[in-house]
Ligand binder design. Sequence first.
Ligand code: BV8
Ligand code: ZN
Length: 252
Amino acid sequence: MIPDSLICALRSARHVVVFTGAGVSAESGIPTFRDALSGLWERFDPSELATPEAFRRDPALVWGWYEWRRMQVLKARPNPAHVAIAELAHHVPRLTLITQNVDDLHERAGSQGVIHLHGNLHRPRCFACAREPAEPLPVAEEPEGGRRLEPPRCSHCGGQLRPGVVWFGESLPVDALNAAFQAAGECDLLLSVGTSGVVYPAAEVPHRARDAGATVVHVNPQGEPTAGNREYLIALPAGEALPELLRAASGA
Ligand code: BV8
Ligand code: ZN
């Protein structure tokens, strides 16, 4: 299933980058970014709901969506893909994990130093003064399909809390993006796992690795056939493909 040339590239790589999107969490039961709009939010397009304008217009609708997603994450568990990625770090000289996801399943699988390009669900902050709440937020038991929820107030200035994610039209955290581009530019091999590659500038990461001469592997059941002799497509779910790639890298 994994071509010999790719096994060879995996075993000789000095620096591997793993770049993940919502597909890596799909087998944990977390809907992919496009599928996250069901229930109360099924009539919305993510790029109109995941925006500061949507939050200003209807904070309870947007906060309710993120709390519903946060509750789903808290109920979910890392799947074999998250676990294999965490284990892979012990079988290659250097591994940089970059994710577009706002869940913490990579960390819960044991990955360290995860670069979150789009923030994370567990770090809400005040929309007005940007301070984070002193206490972690309680988790409301969400009804099926979710509901509107008034955002809590900032204990410092009384402003509304917002999710700690990067919305459309907002800049990515500069340090995270620079670290991601730096790693992409110097790696020998990049595994792109479960992303549709449509949102920029994050989607540039695999392109920079390819342009810098790295081998690029796309793990995606609906992936596009690849061109070039250093690009591979493994059209399997991440939960199957990553343990295979780990076995190939570790020589097991
Ligand atoms: C910025 C956090 C400006 C929030 C997210 C026109 C052209 C180009 C760009 C633009 C444009 N108009 C506007 C833009 C910019 C815009 C953009 O790229 N828009 C897109 C829609 C065209 N980008 C931005 O606004 C960014 N900011 O540009 O700032 C700026 C510049 C300077 C100064 C000031 C401002 C900010 C974008 C960040 C948005 N936030 N997430 C939240 O989570 O709610 S994006 C979100 O969608 C994800 O984080 C991810 O990045 C993206 C796509 O999601 P994926 O992870 O790829 O998931 P998806 O569902 O799409 O696909 C899942 C894949 O998995 C599928 O391919 C599927 O086949 C596969 N899969 C399914 N199951 C499995 C699987 N794979 C493996 N195993 C399985 N089991
Ligand atoms: Zn505040």
